[in-house]
Design a protein around this ligand. Structure first.
Ligand SMILES: [Zn+2]
Ligand SMILES: [Zn+2]
Length: 762
């Protein structure tokens, strides 16, 4: 019998597992990596083979079996069971293992003075270590990874060939004799120390308060002692990142628990092989640490060492470090030393690097645990490029995503793969990375797109690239409305085929009518999208600049309440002469776009409450409004009446009027913030009851607001609705490409092989 096994099985010890299970049952045959599958040829009694197949189906994690296909072949003379060389050729189902943090055994070995891998930072086995960041092509074998530059020594070779060894067929196998070597350099690129001495020198440099650039798994990171407020302030200055929270890496979970109180689920996530940055509640005692690292934020982005290199460095240092990407804000990571020395000049004092090439950049993932489970806010290391969904379509679909938090989705053979977070396309370097990532995907998985999907916004760099790709491959381009894509992303993840109500609440997205949307209640039914409800728009001044300048949203909100209110309050932000100019602009609609976005409404309320009128980073005002609302002892909700029209429109002016009345009355700002959140949760209920569909999907960047997500979900569930949220796919624009791919698959596009209305049941 020949078995073709598909799943996340290459590079995670599947072939040795198969060999062990076969030999245990005295079956003869072979196992080999093919492109996109693992092929097993096996001979023996049929019930023994059935038993063997059952064992394969229940393979332990990190193995993930998606499908096993069997076909009969004639008997061949085989003695014993062997791991055969890989084959290459046929098109593949896109699945590949992600990079995984050190397993327990590897973590133990590097701290064991008796072990031959003692203090060796590139220790891995079949269960852990680099994967996607070192793979150059499929199938996953050493000669097609960046480890091909290192010839294994005799001892490593023996372990690789020993079926009873944890490193049997560990493609990234290495040791101090044969593997990659550390190097410690000054800012001019002059080597100061090598190998183990480099590790100690790097720890010493951190102890002295310097900023270290570290070549991590997927790119250079900047490290500084977290407790060193001067050092952290210096890093902020150099990175030009005044207030945005930094993630902290702790040497171990005990060190983390001294300053934060992770729940059981959060601790499990921190300790998982994916080892993302997890948002955890900060302890009171950690106020000093938090003030510099995450100002005005009750949470910390915490992580544990994600590679043996990080583990060794932090163990030697014995305290937490700020660990942030080695770049200016939201540019892609530097991956090689020459680039890092140039781009990080002036940012880092010293460099700790090594000679294992990084094939593709990979940021740290960011996750949180909510009542729904684990939710990824940035999907990268540990998760990418694992498939996130199945799509009932055997066409090859390429979706290019949005402008911010760029990602790419590829559908091939019915499986949807989502790339890692690529950054904001406003940076030329991020656009280059997007182009490179698309080429990489197409070559890697031997994919030729039959459909290309993008946003409806013609100004997105991703849209322009999609247009060029559609032309190059002479295939149709499907433009998917931003908020429909948000809802569809969650539908794809949860395999929701029938009609759903989707609440797509976010900062900005181009609507079908050319205005800015962002409070959309959409009904998705196959390819059909109906706008069921939205908030009444506010006139938004200055377009894109409004996201950084909440006072612009506040002025729009005041204008909505009439001239008298506007005149009385707008002076808070404008001089008398500027006020006249703005007034004229609003009257004539010059440089003013109607905007239904809930993100901008958060900005407006934050500015009206005097919390913040300028943002240092995206979403800062809204975050502060959320944290303030959380401190309110009292609950409540402002009225937000919903019209009977089609689509239904919620009376934003009424809500804003209540906010101002409370403000004038001298009500606590925390309570006002709370009642504002309450109004939106009640609005969700009004819409859901008016639409009457059982399934409700929450998506869009506003649901990164934990309080909002919790209250909307809680109230809808109390009313009997079934809730789904984006979880493995980010609810922010990082998930847009997934939704675009699904919507494209649902479209009947003339000139393609076929479309498919519904999703195939798994
Ligand atoms: Zn391991
Ligand atoms: Zn070796």
């Amino acid at each position: 019998v020949v078995l073709a096994v598909r799943g996340v099985i290459q590079g995670v010890g599947f072939r040795p597992f198969v060999a062990r299970e076969a030999r245990r049952r005295s079956l003869c045959g072979s196992v080999r990596n093919a492109r996109g599958s693992v092929e097993i040829e096996v001979q023996g009694a049929s019930d023994t083979i059935d038993d063997f197949v059952t064992a394969l189906r229940t393979a332990p994690p990190p193995l993930e079996i998606h499908r096993i296909e069997a076909r009969e072949v004639g008997e061949q003379a085989e003695h014993g069971f062997r791991i055969a060389p890989s084959t290459t050729g046929e098109p593949v189902e896109p699945s590949l293992p992600a990079d995984l943090a050190p397993c327990v055994e590897c973590a133990r070995e590097v701290h064991d003075a008796e072990d031959r891998r003692y203090r060796y930072p590139f220790t891995t086995c079949v269960r852990c270590g680099p994967r996607y960041t070192i793979v150059e092509a499929l199938p996953y074998d050493r000669e097609r990874t960046s480890m091909r530059h290192f010839a294994p020594c005799e001892l490593c070779r023996a372990e690789y060939g020993d079926a009873s060894d944890r490193r049997c067929h560990a493609e990234a196998i290495a040791c101090p004799t044969c593997g990659p070597v550390l190097e410690f350099l000054d800012a001019r690129g002059i080597t100061l120390a090598r190998a183990d001495a480099a590790l100690s020198a790097a720890a010493a440099t951190l102890r002295e308060g310097r900023i270290l650039a570290l070549k991590g798994l997927g790119g250079f990171q900047l490290l500084v002692r977290a407790a060193d407020t001067t050092g952290v302030a210096e890093l902020r200055l150099r990175k030009r990142r005044a207030e945005k929270p930094f993630a902290i890496m702790f040497p171990g979970i005990e060190a983390l628990e001294r300053v934060a109180s992770p729940s059981e689920a959060e601790a499990a996530l921190l300790l998982s092989p994916e080892a993302p940055i997890v948002l955890v509640a900060r302890r009171e005692a950690a106020a000093a640490l938090g003030a510099a690292v995450a100002p005005a934020n009750p949470r910390l982005g915490a992580m544990l060492p994600s590679t043996p290199l990080h583990a060794l460095l932090l163990a030697e240092l014995g305290e937490p470090v700020v660990c942030t990407s080695g770049n200016m804000s939201s540019e892609p990571l530097c991956t090689d030393l020459a680039e890092a020395l140039e781009r990080l000049a002036g940012l880092a004092d010293r460099f700790l690097t090594h000679d294992r090439p990084i094939v593709r950049p990979m940021d740290d993932s960011v996750a949180r645990v909510s009542c729904a489970g684990v939710e990824l806010l940035r999907r990268a290391r540990g998760y990418a490029p694992k498939p996130v969904a199945r799509v009932g379509d055997d066409r090859v679909i390429l979706a290019l995503g949005a402008q911010q938090k760029s990602t790419v989705s590829l559908v091939q053979r019915g499986r949807l793969l989502l790339t890692q977070h690529l950054g904001d396309l406003g940076h030329p370097a991020a656009l280059c990375l997007l182009e490179r990532t698309v080429e990489d995907l197409l070559v890697f998985f031997a994919a030729t797109p039959e459909l290309v999907a993008c946003d409806k916004n013609p100004d997105y760099a991703s849209t322009r690239l999609a247009e060029r790709l559609a032309e190059r491959f002479a295939v149709p381009l499907v433009r998917v409305q931003h908020h429909a894509a948000h809802v569809a992303a969650a539908c794809a993840e949860h395999a929701l085929a029938g009609p759903v109500l989707g609440l797509a609440w976010d900062g900005t997205g181009l609507g079908d009518d050319g205005t800015i949307w962002g409070s959309e209640s959409l009904v998705l039914d196959g390819a059909l999208v109906t706008r069921a409800a939205h908030l009444a728009p506010i006139p938004l001044l200055g377009g894109d600049r409004a996201a950084r300048e909440p006072w612009r949203s506040a002025l729009g909100a005041l204008w909505l309440l009439g001239e008298e209110v506007f005149e009385r309050r707008a002076g808070a932000w404008l001089s008398a002469s500027d006020l006249r100019v703005v007034r004229r602009a609003l009257e004539r609609g010059l440089n003013v776009v109607p905007c239904t976005s809930i993100g901008r409404l958060f900005d407006a309320v934050a500015a009206l409450l005097g919390i913040r009128d300028r943002c240092g980073f995206e979403g800062q005002a809204a975050m502060e409004l959320e944290y303030l609302a959380e401190t309110s002892q009292e609950d409540g909700a402002y009225a937000l009446p919903l019209s009977e029209s089609d689509p239904r429109v919620a009376d934003t002016a009424s809500l804003l009027r209540s906010v101002l009345e409370d403000l004038d009355r001298g009500s606590a700002r925390a309570l006002i913030a709370r009642r504002f959140h309450g109004a939106l949760a009640a609005h969700a209920c009004d819409v859901a009851q008016a639409v009457g569909l059982e399934r409700v999907v929450l998506s869009g960047g506003c649901f990164q607001n934990g309080l909002l997500a919790r209250s909307v979900r809680g109230r809808l569930e109390d009313l009997g609705f079934r809730l789904h949220t984006a979880q493995g796919v980010p609810c922010n624009d990082g998930g847009i490409s997934v939704g675009q791919a699904l919507m494209a698959s649902r479209c009947e596009v003339p000139g393609t092989r076929h479309g498919s209305e519904a999703m195939r049941a798994d």
